[in-house]
Design a protein around this ligand. Structure first.
Ligand code: PHE
Length: 495
């Protein structure tokens, strides 16, 4: 058995030394420690069966205000007696009253002088006089009063009980009762070796051989500890890093593209009709008074125009109407990262291509608990000779598995630039709903042919923040951007 603290061994030692039960208060004084330290050490000793605790009623005698006054000046009868002795042992009452200077206590003094037999009142020559003979010994009441003088209070057992009774009947002391807890040694407590347990073995303890005098406190891995808040990366930064690592593990290379993009790359090259609702001002941020100077590949521009107007050589009938190059030159904050993918394809037409991007996109949306105007998308493409939709499903299943999402499904969907198109969804039990993870599909010939791509391209893209929200159990996406230090501290690095 080991004792957890110096206090515990101190208490055992004090109990042995005094060879009697000690009250909590006595222990506080003996060890010079606080009542709460005593309480916790005693409770630990009690649990080990080393001490027993019981309550004891103690009675104290305490001076009243009047008692305090008399303890300083002497009892009134003693003062009166001495005054008369000084004047020859005899004094007419009225003269004594005057000389005593205190009407109230004079009557009391005279009463007690009489009662204690210290003096008598006699008529001499027709005048009532007080007659005393000598200064009697200190009475038991006076002894008690003297003992109380310095502290004002004492354990009743230390005082003469007749004296206490007398003083109490005169209202000079009060008896108060207090329940105290007292600690005594059990047999085990008497026998136990007083070895203190240490929590940490220090070099000094080992060097000096001091460790022999201590026990080692067992390490409690379940004990509560102070939380610590080490410096760490923002969870969003951390998550982006993780997603990029997963892509890299799976053989993808990262690509980047501009944040400000022409409609041509953001929409037209992706066979998104010029009157598509996604192009409206309320969905997309346009840059005013600026247009792209980039559409220099006339052949590409013409192929895209034809594809939109009549399908060109893609086998499609196109959207019809007239395609406007001016509209294609307008600049937007990119609304998705799919433009990064098509740009890359335009420059890398030889299979295989396996690239990804994790980057910022912008949508003209009201910021709310579920949407932001600026957020991140995860985007990937695979271009190779014989890739199919099954490969896409396989790659994405693996990608999500690495992120810890095992139960995903693929639902049919629609995008202007893919056919077939799908959405991957995951079931979130906490909200009882399916959540869309990303859109995907095989790029249409209307997209690949004008770029000069001859092989199938698998593409997918979707929001990053919602994945992180799922992981962190966050309901309001805005918390990811608020720099709320409280939240940032609490958020777990390894949820
Ligand atoms: N660009 C689409 C979006 O922003 C996602 C997507 C990417 C769909 C690639 C199909 C292919 O939601």
């Amino acid at each position: 058995m080991s004792l957890e603290s110096k206090f515990e061994s101190g208490i055992l030692e004090a109990l042995r030394r005094n060879n009697r039960a000690l009250s909590f208060r006595e222990i506080c004084v003996l060890l010079g420690i606080s009542e709460s330290s005593v309480a916790s050490a005693v409770s630990s000793l009690y649990q080990k069966g080393l001490v027993s605790v019981s309550s004891r009623e103690t009675r104290y005698v305490r001076l009243t205000d009047e008692g305090k006054h008399h303890s300083e000046n002497g009892l009134p009868e003693r003062r009166l007696l001495r005054m008369i002795l000084e004047r020859g042992g005899m004094l007419p009452i009225e003269e004594a009253r005057k000389a005593y200077h205190d009407d109230f206590f004079f009557n009391i003094a005279l009463g007690w002088l009489n009662r204690k037999g210290w003096g008598i009142v006699k008529a001499i020559n027709g005048v009532p006089q007080i007659v005393v003979e000598r200064d009697p010994l200190e009475g038991v009441d006076e002894v008690v009063l003297r003992m109380l003088a310095s502290q004002g209070v004492s354990d009743i057992r230390l005082l003469d009980s007749n004296g206490v009774r007398l003083l109490s009947s005169r209202g000079l002391v009060k008896i108060v009762e207090e329940v105290e807890r007292v600690v005594s040694l059990t047999n085990a407590g008497m026998a136990v070796e007083l070895k203190v347990a240490v929590t940490q073995l220090t070099p000094e303890l080992i060097r000096d051989g001091e460790w022999r005098n201590f026990g080692l406190k067992p390490y409690d891995v379940r004990a509560d500890v102070e939380p610590i808040y080490p410096g760490k990366l923002h969870p969003l930064t951390e998550f982006i890093k993780e997603v990029k690592e997963i892509f890299t593990e799976m053989g993808f290379t990262e690509v980047k593209g501009p944040l400000v993009e022409s409609c041509f790359w953001n929409f037209d090259a992706l066979f998104t009709p010029q009157d598509h609702p996604a192009r409206e001002m309320q969905d997309t941020f346009y840059l005013s008074n600026l247009s792209s100077t980039e559409l220099v590949d006339r052949e590409l521009v013409e192929r895209v125009r034809r594809t939109h107007e009549d399908g060109w050589e893609t086998g499609s009938t196109g959207w019809g109407g007239e395609w406007s190059e001016e509209a294609a030159k307008r600049l937007v904050l990119r609304t998705h990262t799919t433009c990064v993918s098509v740009r890359y394809l335009y420059e890398h037409r030889n299979p295989p291509v396996k690239v990804f991007s994790v980057d910022r996109v912008f949508r003209n949306e009201r910021v709310s608990f579920k949407s932001l105007a600026e957020f991140h998308q995860i985007e990937g493409i695979i271009m190779d000779r014989n890739v199919t939709l099954r490969d896409l499903k396989g790659v994405l299943t693996e990608f999500y598995r690495k992120l810890g999402l095992e139960k995903i499904q693929f639902w049919p969907s629609y995008f202007p630039y893919t056919e077939p198109s799908m959405n991957s969804v995951v079931y979130v039990p906490q909200v009882g709903r399916w959540l869309e993870l990303c859109g995907m599909g095989v790029f249409r010939p209307e997209v690949t042919k004008p770029l000069g791509i001859e092989h199938p391209v698998l593409a997918w893209g979707g929001g990053l923040e919602r994945l992180l929200m799922l992981r962190l159990g966050v309901r309001d996406v805005r918390i990811l951007y608020q720099n709320d230090l409280g939240w940032l501290r609490r958020v777990k690095l390894c949820p």
